[in-house]
Design a protein around this ligand. Structure first.
Ligand code: GDP
Length: 345
């Protein structure tokens, strides 16, 4: 799953990217407008950690997300190449500057959100108008045309498409266009070091809600400093800030939640592992993520919610207590299910 980080110049987007990925993002003038950089992160998962304490596996594997860093500039917008790459992301995240100092202007996170979303609305409108033109030329009055016109109306009224009521078929019809305002969105309110305890201002929360999204407050610089520290030192520093965990972890989980994925978990002495799967997947398809043989030869799945397993300490005890269930091919795998597949090939 791919999350695109967008933001105006000096919003701290590259700093967020470095904090998340541990990679150095090139700053300002050295970057071309089409420059994009990609980094992969593990999705922190306390469930897998708790299970690993029981199984003591040789390996612990987390779900992963990739973040792409896109330069943006007020007015001129991202370059063609960046725009193209942005369309291929599964979700977007706007980074807004709320710390003073680097730019002459006072921070204006609401204005930045508006500016980024306006850019996205215009980019989508361009795509939709071109498509309408083409469909009209072909002279067909298709259901697609009616949908496209409804979409255009929304965009012209500055309604992001994620706020439009669309059924599954309509969603499918639009899925090939890479529409930016149809993507799930998260807003990062990037505050100064002394602002991490304070809630985001109501004006920003309202503006984000109107765009169909929520806000995460963090200080990119603090997060990057934390990311550079050693384990023990990191823990101490995070606690001294009055935080239970780095805001980065909260952010990565929120980004993961945007993608409509859930985590299936497998356990054993070799490996405890979170498998990101689409919400609503039946057991054999979920099994196919682990191995295609298991999907082909699927017999049944033994399922226990992760809390039960952690609480009781073993699958045998879960079975005795009747909380380990045997499920067939129609079972829809739930987030946090610990699954053992029985199969025959
Ligand atoms: P970009 O242009 O959006 O990629 O912005 P950068 O990540 O390069 O950040 C622009 C400047 O703001 C850099 O000098 C950063 O060190 C600084 N900066 C980024 N995040 C913070 C923050 O949370 N607090 C403060 N005080 N400065 C920050």
């Amino acid at each position: 799953m791919r999350i695109g980080l967008t933001g105006l110049a000096r919003s701290g987007r590259s700093t967020v990217f470095s904090a998340l990925t541990g990679l150095d993002a090139a700053e300002g003038p050295r970057r071309g407008r089409d420059d994009v950089q990609v980094g992969t992160v593990k999705v922190p998962d306390a469930r897998v950690e708790a299970l690993a304490r029981i199984y003591r596996p040789r390996k612990v594997v987390y779900a992963e997300l990739s973040f792409t860093d896109f330069a943006g500039a007020r007015g001129s917008g991202p370059g063609r190449g960046a725009l193209h790459a942005m369309r291929e992301q599964d979700a977007l995240c706007h980074v807004l500057r709320a710390f003073p100092g680097v730019a002459a202007e006072a921070p204006d996170p609401v204005g930045e959100l508006d500016s980024l979303e306006t850019e996205a609305l215009l980019a989508d409108l361009e795509v939709i108008e071109a498509r309408i033109e083409r469909v009209r030329k072909e002279g067909k009055k298709t259901p697609e045309l009616a949908l496209l016109e409804r979409v255009r109306e929304a965009l012209e009224a500055e309604v992001p498409l994620r706020r439009l009521e669309l059924d599954a078929l309509e969603r499918k019809a639009l899925s090939g266009y890479g529409l930016l305002t149809l993507k799930s969105l998260l807003v990062v309110h990037n505050v100064a070091e002394d602002g991490i305890g304070a809630p985001a201002p109501p004006s920003l929360l309202d503006e984000a809600a109107a765009r169909g999204t929520g806000v995460i407050t963090l200080s990119a610089r603090v997060e990057r400093d934390i990311a550079l520290m050693e384990g023990g030192e990191q823990q101490e520093f995070v606690e001294s800030l009055g935080l239970g965990e780095p805001a980065k972890d909260r952010f990565i989980r929120a980004a993961f939640a945007l993608t409509d994925l859930v985590s299936m978990i497998t356990v054993g002495p070799d490996e405890c592992r979170a498998w990101p799967i689409r919400r609503g997947l039946p057991a054999p398809r979920a099994a196919g993520k682990v191995h295609s043989d298991i999907e082909r030869g699927f017999i049944r799945a033994e399922v226990v919610p992760w809390q039960e397993l952690v609480e009781r300490g073993s699958e045998a005890r879960c079975r005795e207590a009747g909380v380990l269930r045997v499920e067939g091919k129609d079972y829809v795998v739930q987030d946090g299910d610990v699954v053992r597949f029985r199969f025959n090939v």
